[in-house]
Design a protein around this ligand. Structure first.
Ligand code: PSV
Ligand code: MN
Ligand code: MN
Length: 424
């Protein structure tokens, strides 16, 4: 579905008055508000094609209606989100779920919505119907060379699709691991995986990056072959300069200090990017910022700190993406909330008085260090985020407008109430 002309304007005109009061107040409080707004305007977060429909658990799935039935409709949905918030200017595809039938037509459609193609994702965690070898006991780690070969070829195929679409990166997430002690020779599994990744790496164009995503557990419950950031960093260091470690916020054991991981990966020049989501227990894939917003803020604190030091362009240096699953909420509403939460955390982290923080650290003034961080975190920056969106032509309140114009009902009318989007 497409927004009607003036729909955003009409909505903004109604909210403009109250927004202005909040924004004027905030911009007086925050001298650097203009520079923060321009950073927010440039900040784009990719949307995964698999998060546009209802997710599920192994216990069940309760799909809503109007879900995208093909790649074209997925692009339309991300296009709509981007129109509303002006911050979702990229889509990330998962192969084989999103194999394009006609590259040129797909590229044109994406361009119409102002979208680019973010990282391509391979899938060697499920068996497809036409597949010869099974991934039941792993893919790139497999004891059988034929299985490894099939998985390598799939990844190279994914790179080829990506080249056609203008993507610049491949994300490899492996379900490989074991469920029981003794099942796997850890070293052999690592070596097989490394050897396989090397073959995929060799097929990467010069201007591409490979992201190696780690995950503590699930679907394997005893060991995962790329189980944590150390293992991923081992792989990416051995692979070479085009390989980076990807941090999915939900892929850690409970209470892991993700911000410290981020800071060290950045220091080593090996941080590839993020899959944003939130979790209470594991890979819960909940709305970003819904459970641990302070952690998200602390991650952005490390990003700004590490990136400024190396003078990196914040918008283009890393891959930023949402990776979430929506069991209860409307997927598109959920994504709007996630993008908003990321923007808020970024804006709050930009508020940190870095000189004062450094001084507090050097004088071991722990109390002041905490005050400095929490002053920034407790500032309500929503009007700054809304202003950035407003100046880009987006809606002052994307979620409100989404509901006002009844997007979901329109999508149900267009696509039907019994639609199932590909994804997990
Ligand atoms: C695995 O849990 C993961 O986070 C990986 O990024 C996958 O590619 C994605 O979910 C979708 O299955
Ligand atoms: Mn992920
Ligand atoms: Mn995950």
């Amino acid at each position: 579905m497409k927004l009607r002309e003036n729909e955003i304007n009409d909505h903004n005109n109604l909210l403009k008055g109250s927004h202005k009061v909040r924004f004027d107040f905030l911009s007086k409080l925050i001298p650097e508000s203009e520079s923060i707004i321009s950073k927010l305007i440039n900040f784009q977060i990719a949307i995964p094609s698999w998060a546009l429909g209802s997710g599920g658990t192994r216990f069940g799935r309760f799909p809503g209606g109007g879900e995208p039935r093909n790649l074209e409709e997925k692009i339309e949905d991300v296009g709509l989100l981007h129109k509303l918030n002006c911050s979702s200017g990229a889509i990330s595809l998962h192969i084989p779920w999103d194999v394009p039938k006609d590259y040129r037509a797909i590229k044109n459609l994406a361009a119409e919505y102002g979208l680019r193609f973010d990282a391509m994702n391979s899938n060697t965690f499920q068996d497809q119907e036409e597949q010869v070898e099974s991934y039941k006991f792993g893919s790139l780690q497999h004891v059988n060379k034929a299985v490894r070969k099939q998985a390598i070829e799939h990844n190279i195929e994914v790179i080829k699709h990506g080249i056609e679409l203008g993507s610049k990166s491949l994300t490899v997430w492996l379900a490989d691991g074991s469920c029981f002690p003794g099942q796997l020779n850890f070293r052999k599994a690592f070596q097989n995986t490394l050897e396989s990744l090397r073959e995929i790496y060799a097929a990467l164009p010069d201007d591409w990056k490979m992201f190696v995503e780690y995950k503590a557990y699930e679907p394997n419950f005893y060991s995962t072959t790329v189980g944590d950031w150390g293992q991923s960093l081992l792989f990416t260091s051995k692979l070479g300069p085009k390989a980076y470690t990807l941090v999915d916020l939900g892929h850690h054991l409970p209470n892991a200090n993700i911000e410290q991981i981020v800071s060290l990966l950045l220091m080593e020049g090996k941080l590839g990017g993020f899959h944003f989501n939130d979790s209470k227990y594991g890979d819960d894939d909940l709305t970003t910022g819904s459970i641990k917003p302070y952690q998200l803020f602390l991650i952005f604190n490390e990003l700004i700190d590490g990136m400024d030091e190396r003078n990196m362009n914040h918008a283009s240096g890393l891959g930023w993406m949402i990776d979430a699953s929506h069991n209860l909420k409307d997927p598109l509403e959920d994504i709007l909330q996630s993008v908003e939460a990321i923007m808020i955390a970024y804006a709050q982290a930009l508020l940190i008085d870095r000189a004062a923080l450094k001084e507090a650290q050097l004088s071991n003034d722990v109390t002041s260090a905490q005050e400095i961080l929490q002053n920034a975190f407790r500032t309500d920056v929503r009007a700054l985020v809304a202003e950035a969106r407003f100046r880009s032509g987006g809606a002052l309140s994307p979620l409100k407008l989404f509901r006002e114009i009844g997007v979901r009902n329109q999508l149900i009318k267009e696509r039907g109430s019994k639609t199932i989007a590909t994804g997990l």
